[in-house]
Design a binder for this molecule. Structure first.
Ligand code: ADP
Ligand code: MG
Length: 702
């Protein structure tokens, strides 16, 4: 009977860094790769770049001083010879590598100073009949101060002392054609030499399929549970009365697209339920999300509740404010504006209107969700471009839901839990939430990331849009591009000139934008040129945008601050400098600023060679496609999901082994099985979650 190894507090701390807090977590700490010490390679057959285990007799050993001080010894096995080189060495190693000693060495073969060599190989003295390893040697992810050897020992011990039971019923495994858990996990820790190390490393072996499935299943179960928990919480049911929504629809100069009608009816239905809605509205740039938000707001207002509409930038918030004022003031609803840049007295006035309930619609930046803003009766919170908000802001938003529901509760964004402690009279109602995003994400990702949300998709653009033409132009043809700008503006069109993104330095980026502005004024003395960038004072930013929108400027020089949401339908030409530096999502968003009216729109992407592989691939994609979902799919292929979605990504934080890019089918299966188990077999769900995410629950609440 093996007993559990004692683990010192120091080691415990190191393990915790690896996410290992329970002995059973060791079992799920799987190798990155393997070293094959199950056979010996004849020295003559060694290839440069190959990792190999060899065995031979030391024929010569000396400490050399050229090219550096090193212990070098020559090892012969009858087939050939190779050098072992040690730049750092102690007496013990010198002892091991004395002439005549028999040595087994594992390392990578390189072309060295004297010929083929291994630098710092792993060495041991052996007898002729010392047995070889019988399984591949695992190499684990580790952290400073925790050696492979100790980690291997701990894990091997855990495999002996922890009962490795299957969390899933056998019948299910059989039906899904999944290998059992215990043999899968043992195989991955200690694979026999007949298994291809490549199939293990690529996570393709059936044992990996099982582990990845389990991981995805845990993720799906926990996110679905989170989804269900919402049903236990209370919100006010806000029925569609139609008084205001109908009036707005009647006054609009356009009618809703089929897709807009569909998503609004989904939202409208959710709002009428006594549980908090948490719905994500996905729609490509220009698909018309704003009007849907306005209608949702009206349904809450019809019921006498307040609405908060929050945008990630001041420019965007201001646009919403203007647009919604235009739409809603005739209906007798005057939105109130709140942003960080407001003067103190104006801010004070706005917060009073919000707190007294006098105002029913508040529009602004995240200033809306600061501690000092208390809503009287918040029924619905709308977050535009939600992917632009950081995790902390999202937590503050959740917390705001709580504090408005229960005024005594302070906002604490450091505890990422949504559920309130039960109060005497039951839970107070929470506001409904509508999140909007133009990040089109592929279906597999949407399923995984948003399994805890309900998702509505606007999958068509309003009619009458002429597709944007995209041109890739070498920067040395700038002069021609300038002529196009001149010609377009002469015809009464408006244009954007987007300055390069300079990731390394915001100051340089700003400088460059200012220089571009001066140059443009000199190049186009006949045009009215404006400049907008992130460092501009907010009032100034808003003033420039308003002037551009009103047609008082012909050409707007801008940094990427205009990336989200800016809507000026008369602007039909966009030039983007150094397009090769930008990501696909960003290019797509920027390009979406034109093509919003009926005029033919053109987007010119200036690039400066030489182009990296990645830049070339990106430019090709943006040139060939205008559909944001297709671009997102291609982007996923190019970069992988982690980068594509940035920091939110509660779903992804839970995944160590599965790769959403490759495991789409497994994910789909996991989703189905999760629903099935949640319905029929809660016990299995509990066991499964316990193994996989007992301590990772916090990710769910971001
Ligand atoms: P986004 O989804 O990118 O936020 P917006 O809501 O800004 O898009 O809408 C883009 C433009 O399309 C706006 O000028 C808006 O007034 C207009 N629009 C929205 N819906 C329709 C429609 N059904 N028919 C015609 N134009 C529409
Ligand atoms: Mg928008």
């Amino acid at each position: 009977m093996t007993t559990p190894l004692k683990i010192t507090p120091i080691t415990l701390a190191k393990l915790a860094k690896l996410g290992i807090t329970r002995r059973s977590d060791l079992v799920l700490h799987l190798p990155l790769r393997y070293e094959d010490e199950t056979h010996l390679s004849p020295i003559a057959t060694l290839q440069v770049g190959e990792s190999a285990q060899i065995q031979g007799v030391v024929a010569h050993a000396e400490v050399t001083h050229r090219p550096h001080r090193a212990l070098v010894c020559r090892l012969e096995d009858g087939s050939g010879e190779v050098f072992l080189r040690f730049l750092h060495f102690h007496a013990g190693i010198q002892q091991q590598l004395k002439v005549g000693k028999r040595v087994r060495a594992v390392g990578e073969v390189r072309e060295g100073f004297y010929g083929r060599e291994m630098v710092h190989p792993k060495c041991a003295n052996v007898e002729d009949d010392t047995p070889l390893q019988t399984s591949l040697t695992p190499v684990y992810p580790t952290t400073a101060g925790l050696s492979q050897t100790s980690l291997r020992k701990l894990i091997a011990n855990a495999l002996e002392v922890i009962p490795i039971t299957d969390t899933l019923p056998e019948s299910l495994c059989n039906r899904l054609n999944l290998q059992d858990f215990s043999s899968s996990i043992r195989l991955l820790h200690q694979p026999t030499p007949d298994i291809s190390a490549a199939s293990l490393v690529a996570h393709q072996h059936p044992a990996w399929q099982r582990i990845k499935f389990d991981e995805l299943l845990a993720q799906q179960i926990s996110m679905r549970i989170h989804h269900r928990e919402r049903r236990q919480r209370a919100a006010v049911a806000m029925l569609p009365r139609g008084t205001l929504t109908e009036a707005l629809l009647a006054a609009l100069p356009f009618s809703l697209t089929r897709a807009q009608q569909k998503v609004f009816s989904e939202i409208s239905h959710d709002l009428s339920l006594p549980h908090p809605m948490q719905r994500l509205l996905l729609g490509d740039v220009g698909s018309g999300k704003t009007i849907v938000a306005a209608l949702a707001a009206l349904q809450a207002i019809e019921n006498g509740y307040q609405v908060a509409l929050m945008s990630p930038t001041e420019i965007l918030a201001e646009q919403h404010f203007l647009k919604l004022s235009e739409w809603l003031t005739p209906l007798g609803i005057t939105p109130v504006w709140l942003s960080g840049s407001l003067k103190k007295s104006a801010k004070q006035r706005a917060t009073e209107l919000i707190a007294s309930g006098e105002t029913l619609l508040a529009i602004g930046t995240h200033a809306l969700f600061q501690k000092n803003v208390q809503f009287h009766k918040l029924g619905l919170a709308i977050v535009d471009e939600q992917h632009k908000f950081g995790v902390e802001q999202r937590l503050a938003l959740h917390a705001k839901g709580k504090s408005s529901a229960e005024a005594s509760l302070s906002v604490d964004i450091s505890t990422p839990t949504l559920t309130l402690p039960l109060q005497g009279g039951g839970k107070p109602p929470e506001p409904h939430q509508l999140m909007m995003s133009a990040t089109p994400i592929p279906r597999t990702l949407a399923m995984s990331f948003y399994a805890d949300l309900d998702v509505s998709v606007i999958d068509e653009l309003p009619p009458g849009r002429t597709p944007i033409v995209t041109k890739l132009v070498n920067d040395n043809r700038r002069a021609e591009v300038c002529e196009r700008v001149r010609a377009a503006c002469a015809k009464g069109q408006q244009a954007y000139w987007v300055c390069p993104l300079i990731e390394e330095s915001e100051t340089l980026e700003l400088q460059n934008a200012q220089e571009t502005f001066v140059n443009m004024q000199a190049t186009f003395p006949e045009l009215r040129v404006g400049l907008v960038h992130g460092r501009l004072d907010n009032a100034e930013k808003v003033r420039v945008m308003a002037a551009f929108k009103a047609g008082e400027l012909d050409l707007l020089v801008a940094t990427t601050v205009i990336e989200v949401g800016v809507d000026v339908p008369n602007a039909s030409l966009m030039v983007i400098e150094h397009a090769e530096r930008m990501g696909l999502a960003q290019l797509h968003q920027l390009r979406g600023r034109v093509g919003r009216g009926a005029a033919h729109s053109l987007c010119i992407l200036l690039f400066q060679p030489p182009l990296s592989e990645l830049a070339r691939a990106r430019l090709k994609i943006i040139f060939e496609h205008t559909d944001g979902f297709v671009i997102a799919q291609e982007d996923l292929q190019l970069r992988g999901p982690g980068e594509l979605l940035g920091a939110r990504q509660s779903g992804v934080a839970m995944l160590r082994f599965a790769d959403l890019n490759e495991d789409g089918e497994l994910l789909e299966l996991a989703r189905l099985v999760a629903d099935e188990l949640l319905r029929d077999d809660p016990d299995t769900c509990r066991k499964h979650l316990h193994r996989w995410i007992a301590h990772k629950h916090d990710f769910l609440h971001v």
